[in-house]
Design a protein around this ligand. Structure first.
Ligand SMILES: Nc1nc2c(ncn2[C@@H]2O[C@H](COP(=O)(O)OP(=O)(O)O)[C@@H](O)[C@H]2O)c(=O)[nH]1
Ligand SMILES: [Mg+2]
Length: 295
């Protein structure tokens, strides 16, 4: 962070520099205790929902990337991301914690990532669980994934008599334990393009930027990448070359978002479009493209 006075408000967390340092320390402490780190990303914005500044902390451990919310993402684009990770020797899975799709692939993948450790334990005759923690920026689905993985059968291993651990571990299945609190990474806000994409998805709160500006930007993005979905949803004709505010005005008019004098209530229209986007009414959309990145 170059600007020390900068304060980031996201999901009620203020990422002031002291908080960043504390978060980093806590992550470092917790990561020492685990064998595998699961990093959850939003499948709609796999690059913008990462925090590359925090990747160095994870670098010492095997890592599994989970592209969550894949039910909302463009599946062809998700396939390209999976191919990209494969090419770069990064283990990645596409999952929907909402529907449960892909969740049962996670445990086998973790055992695969920890196979050296498992081999070492078995050679020494030690019976020890593989320990895992989940990290990610706010709103990517960390809690939902923990609930999915844990299900009903969960028992906190710390509750067993004789177990004195300062951390709470949840036994997932034989040989696998999960740290019950996820690591929350700060979102990548210094990159304006990433910050906007995080705002579209609602990962960062709208008060950071004006709702209308977020919406103009989203619409300009969709005009380029998903024009047919916009045309379909809002019964539009020609939209190529329109500015975000021009398109929002058209949509607002169609939707009857008018104020006295026949002008469009842009704020109301912007809320409708953002809500439509976030609730999948416009369609399955991905806004970061694997082709544009090289690890
Ligand atoms: N559509 C969809 N929504 C999801 C999925 N996983 C989580 N969510 C939603 O995303 C929001 C944030 O999830 P949460 O687990 O609280 O995120 P956390 O801040 O990372 O712990 C909640 O409204 C979840 O219901 C998913 O796979 N698909
Ligand atoms: Mg949570």
């Amino acid at each position: 962070m170059d600007n020390k006075s900068e304060i980031y408000h996201t999901s009620n967390i203020n990422w002031y520099p002291g908080h960043m340092a504390k978060t980093r320390r806590m992550l470092e402490e917790n990561i020492k205790l685990v064998d595998v780190v699961i990093e959850i990303l939003d499948a709609r914005i796999p690059q913008s929902s990462r925090n590359p500044h925090f990747s160095d902390i994870v670098a010492s451990k095997p890592r599994l990337i989970i592209l969550n919310k894949s039910d909302m993402a463009d599946s062809a684009k998700t396939e390209k991301w999976l191919a990209f990770y494969r090419k770069n020797n990064i283990k990645a899975l596409c999952v929907s914690c909402q529907t449960g799709k892909g969740v049962n692939q996670i445990a086998p993948e973790i055992f695969e990532l920890a196979k050296d450790k498992i081999e070492k334990y078995s050679q020494k005759g030690i019976k020890k669980s593989i320990k895992v923690m989940i990290i990610g920026i706010p709103n990517v689905g960390k809690s939902t994934l923990i609930n999915r993985l844990v299900g009903k059968a969960a028992a906190k291993t710390g509750d067993r008599p004789g177990v004195t651990l300062s951390k709470q571990w949840i036994r997932l299945k034989d040989g696998l334990e999960l740290l019950d609190t996820p690591g929350i990474l700060p979102p990548k806000l210094e990159d304006q393009d990433a910050a906007l994409k995080l705002a579209y998805t609602g990962a960062i709160k709208d008060e950071i930027m004006e709702t209308e500006l977020i919406c103009y930007s989203l619409l300009e993005n969709l005009i380029i990448n998903y024009p047919e979905l916009l045309i379909e949803r809002y019964k539009l004709s020609e939209i190529q070359g329109l500015k975000g505010y021009e398109l929002l005005e058209k949509i607002g008019r169609k939707r009857g978002c008018l104020i006295s004098g026949g002008e469009v209530d842009m704020s109301r229209a912007a809320n409708i479009v953002l809500e439509d986007f976030r609730s999948l009414k416009i369609g399955r959309i991905t806004l970061d493209f694997a082709e544009e990145y090289n690890e």
